[in-house]
Design a protein around this ligand. Structure first.
Ligand code: NI
Length: 226
């Protein structure tokens, strides 16, 4: 399931993040690519562990941890420290699937990539091209969002980034290991949680609200892996 999470960062936070990243050293994006994806990747990245990446990454993770839509959709167990990429004219990233396991730099911790996330930091007006295109069983979806908005999608999906033809596209990208590994189960829980929240708003005293909330938590108890 692909979910659009609006306003993870507000406009001021997104602008501040771009300023913070401006002075970072940008290197060839193939540093984090696997063998296949390195063949099709042409962009630049801030090196993992760079102070600017760490500062902005902490801002992103703090924002995610207080975002109810993200929590409901991703059911996050571990979030990989955010990385940052930049595409100028002619740069693109051909079709690939993200590596299944990623080691968090400087730690022994490994993350299974259940969900991939792209948080847009530049506004769509500032560049042409650069759409993130996600392929799933329903076809392809071209995603280009306002600064501060994010998309999460199953890491099992093939995806690519179309060439930028004007301006620059700067984004944060990272992965999430979910407490619920299976995308189908996670989608059911997300749909159920959204319905329960509407029920709680419209009929807070209805006994079904309590009953459905119990079922939701008991399904998580069945399916969670920690
Ligand atoms: Ni990718």
């Amino acid at each position: 399931m692909m979910v659009h999470i609006p306003g993870v960062l507000d406009r001021a936070e997104a602008a501040q993040s771009l300023t913070d990243l401006q002075n970072a050293d940008w290197v060839d994006g193939r540093v984090t690519a696997g063998y296949q994806s390195a063949q099709v990747k042409a962009n630049r990245q801030v090196p993992e562990g760079h102070p600017a990446a760490r500062r902005v990454g902490e801002r992103v993770v703090a924002a995610l941890n207080r975002n109810p839509l993200f929590i409901s959709a991703a059911l996050p167990h571990r979030i990989f420290p955010p990385l940052f990429n930049r595409y100028g004219p002619g740069e693109n990233f051909g079709s690939h699937v993200d590596n299944a396991i990623r080691q968090v730099p400087g730690t022994g911790l490994r993350i299974r990539t259940d969900l991939s996330a792209t948080l847009f930091l530049t506004d769509p007006d500032d560049y042409d091209g650069g759409e993130l295109v996600i392929e799933d069983t329903y076809g392809t979806h071209a995603v280009k969002l306002p600064a501060g908005d994010m998309v999460v999608y199953p890491s099992t999906s093939l995806h690519h980034v179309r060439a930028v033809t004007r301006g620059e596209r700067i984004s944060s990208f990272f992965w999430i290991q979910s407490i619920v590994r299976d995308d189908g189960q996670r989608t059911l829980l997300f749909n159920m949680d959204q319905a329960i929240q509407r029920l709680g708003t419209d009929h807070p005293d209805h006994p079904s609200f309590t009953a459905m909330t119990a079922v939701y938590h008991n399904l998580i108890r069945q399916w969670a892996e920690l």
